[in-house]
Design a protein around this ligand. Sequence first.
Ligand code: PKZ
Length: 451
Amino acid sequence: MVASLLAVLRTSRLCQWGCKSRAQLLGPLPFGPGGWSTWAPERTNATLSLEPAGRSCWDEPLSISVRGLAPEQPVTLRAALRDEKGALFRAHARYRADPHGELDLARAPALGGSFAGLEPMGLLWAMEPDRPLWRLIKRDVQTPFVVELEVLDGHEPNGGGLLARAVHERHFMAPGVRRVPVREGRVRATLFLPPEPGPYPGIVDLFGVGGGLLEYRASLLAGKGFAVLALAYYKYDDLPKSLETMRIEYFEEAVNYLRSHPEVKGPGIGILGISKGGELGLAMASFLKGIKAAVFINGSVAAVGNTIYYKDETIPPVSLLRDRVKVTKDGFLDVVEGLQSPLVETKSFIPVERSDTTFLFLVGQDDHNWKSEFYANEISKRLQAHGKEKPQIILYPEAGHYIEPPYFPLCKAGMHVLVGTNITFGGEPKPHAMAQVDAWQQLQTFFHKHL
Ligand SMILES: CCCCCCCCCCCCCCCC(=O)SCCNC(=O)CCNC(=O)[C@H](O)C(C)(C)COP(=O)(O)OP(=O)(O)OC[C@H]1O[C@@H](n2cnc3c(N)ncnc32)[C@H](O)[C@@H]1OP(=O)(O)O
């Protein structure tokens, strides 16, 4: 491990900030008392410590501190990581050491930079990509994101001398979590199981438009005591290339697979879905048996973009209202008014009243993809009108569409495959980051309670 890390450290790619070369700037790589991840150049006594040291899971908070600075010394901290497509994500913030020459990000407010104020994890959630409109996505959950942190003298983000540096691995599989690729009947998925033999509460995890098989949320959740099936449903392997034929029978097969798995606690399972995954998850909870609890993050109550089929029933998509699409001051499309209401086109309303599932809706109130808050309220009304349990709705002010696990930077705008151009997804970085931390905790508490 140390040898391979040394090899990585010696490559010029490691200096994500465009330093000339590691050797020129810093000489040979010493190893500080904190282990391989912490060291400082000889000309200062500053050390940068991270707790846990060396590695942690992506959703864990980190404690970041610097020692050995001059009293009240102004410094800049910066963090960088590269995604698997080579995009560079970076953040920086200005700080001042305390009278003892120490700096603890849990106690010291940032004085400006990518964020301001007391934000112990700001160096991660405030990262911005070097490619416009690029979203931080983890594709291979078996490897970590490698985060570099640096302490620079003074308040110039690129000017001050390097005082200390650390490299930290942020993992997506807690030690011992098991990853099982699934090809059962038509089901294409990956099952993540906690370290010890189960049974565990089971959850089907669904992402949205874009397709493929994203595993990072499922793998993180398996570290919290759940058996989680990351389920692909289009644009993956031999699955349909487009969303046109979304048949709930496919999802039923996945539910049956999970329910009959020996390490899954019965009788009912959970569904977690974001965006289009929330819409399809709602249809699953409405048509299928055995779904005890569901959490939808900014989902829809209507079929959108494609017809949903189950046996001899069809739910047609709501109409697109092209003339209601606006353009933001940054030149992105704002499509939030661009869908007809399912209260007008009632055939598009997913029949939630048939469901006996217990629901939690997590809603970003600044979602510009579609009207998540309105949809959650309409589902609540419909359920109650039919004597069903009132769902829990948690509203997050100034949070946008993509509420991810904690510390993923906000993706405010980007290409929307259904719309065919760049749209705004909404959200402000700090409240969105706070929402992600809370939502992650809330959904775990909910699933542990109901499954
Ligand atoms: C005028 C009309 C009016 C309409 C009027 C109203 C309409 C109103 C509609 C509302 C409709 C809401 C409908 C549901 C709303 C959701 O569902 S929102 C979406 C939620 N999204 C998710 O949950 C993630 C889903 N999955 C994904 O996005 C894909 O799996 C991934 C992650 C991009 C990977 O897919 P992949 O096939 O491995 O990707 P890859 O081949 O590498 O790249 C595919 C494309 O994605 C891009 N891409 C890849 N990685 C990234 C990245 N990290 N960052 C950015 N782009 C990336 C690539 O550049 C590539 O683009 P092209 O070169 O094709 O242009």
